[in-house]
Design a protein around this ligand. Structure first.
Ligand code: EPU
Length: 338
């Protein structure tokens, strides 16, 4: 059913006020086909909303906003060690992680407590604690907005990279993701190499124990969107050439850095921002989180423009001090009120 003039403030974790000209919560794939066909008939531009946790909303979204609410999931055993998981776009990501861990199916546990819905996960290739969605994903089912065509993309066709995929480029704004197919292991396969995860767990943790440990680490550092508006990491961790990393390390020997296979080096944006003394900064109704400088927070009543101005100030300060460019991670949608 299509609603008119819908308020989306509760549908984005930053809690920015936004109205959609039209809004449809899609209860099934059949309803998605029908509503999107109607949008094509009327020529409405369509915006797709997931859990709203990686989104900066300007006050007005013209056309039609859709959100997939269908959320079934089922298992397809492949062999003694491997299970395929089919999961529809509307399922809450963390609920899926908990359900799989409860069945001792291994693969998603390090991605515990990442906010948002399953359908949005491939867009930024969600990743945490040494695991990315791309490590587990087999295929993505989708529906093209412009002609209703339905297709399945393999992992290779998704062109995954760090916080990146084809859905941010060639398919940007062009598809509704309807289902993910993941491949998980029935054998214990804990990956505890990141930070102090191993120290928080015994030698043979269950999948649910890993989920609990990852959730605790996240709760210690990251603000709960239900309490303080935020969209997780506001910037990507920057990747710089080896030579720049070498020069920065000569000056800042303690700088966190992660050499990549191609010789370039990934730096920690949170550390760079923190070093500039910006952690905990508050500018009016927006600020930099006081426990993780990579997260910008919204204290209530601010606009996207205020948040973007703070982001510019943060990025400019880091560029001036370190000569490193920070790139925004969350997607910007909408426009000023008509
Ligand atoms: N650091 C600081 N000060 C800060 C924040 C970080 O000094 O305010 C330092 C830390 O001490 C550490 C390094 O920077 O040495 C990296 O910090 P952390 O382990 O917290 O991870 P991150 O690189 O800041 C990334 C992801 C997170 C993910 C964590 C854990 C990005 C943009 N962010 O953060 O993802 O949870 O690693 O894997 O890649 C998200 O995307 O929304 C997100 C939260």
């Amino acid at each position: 059913m299509i609603r008119h003039d819908a308020e989306l403030g509760a549908a984005n974790t930053l809690g920015l006020a936004c109205r959609a000209e039209r809004f449809a919560a899609l209860e099934s794939l059949a309803e998605a086909r029908q509503v999107l066909a109607e949008a094509r008939r009327h020529g409405w531009p369509v915006s797709v909303l997931g859990g709203g946790s990686n989104l900066i909303l300007r006050p007005w979204l013209p056309g039609l906003v859709v959100q997939a609410d269908f959320a079934d999931w089922w298992l397809e055993p492949l062999d003694a060690d491997t299970v395929r998981v089919h999961v529809e776009a509307g399922m809450n990501w963390h609920s899926l992680v908990e359900a799989l861990a409860a069945r001792e199916l291994w693969g998603t546990e390090n991605l515990a407590l990442i906010p948002g819905r399953v359908g949005a996960a491939p867009i930024q290739n969600i990743g945490a604690y040494g695991v990315e969605l791309a490590d587990l994903l087999e295929s993505v089912h989708l529906l093209y907005l412009d002609d209703g065509r339905e297709t399945v993309l393999s992992r290779e066709e998704c062109a995954f990279a760090y916080r990146d995929s084809v859905f941010k480029h060639a398919l940007h704004g062009r598809v509704l993701i309807t289902r993910l197919v993941l491949r998980l292991s029935t054998r214990p396969a804990p990956r505890l190499g990141y930070g102090d995860l191993a120290a928080r767990l015994g030698p043979t943790p269950s999948a649910s124990e890993v989920v609990a440990a990852v959730s605790r680490v996240r709760r210690e550092k990251l603000p709960d969107p239900a309490v303080l508006g935020n969209a997780g990491s506001f910037f990507k961790n920057p990747v710089v050439a080896a030579e720049r990393a070498r020069r920065l390390l000569a000056e800042y020997p303690g700088m966190p850095h992660f050499p990549l296979a191609d010789g370039s080096v990934k730096l920690a944006a949170g550390w760079l921002i923190d070093q500039c003394g910006l952690k905990g900064l508050r500018e009016g109704r927006v600020g930099v989180h006081d426990r993780q400088a990579l997260v910008l927070v919204h204290h209530g009543g601010a606009s996207a423009e205020e948040l973007l101005a703070l982001a510019r100030r943060v990025a400019d300060t880091v560029a001036e001090r370190f000569g490193v460019t920070l790139e925004r991670e969350p997607r910007l949608l909408g426009r000023a009120l008509p």
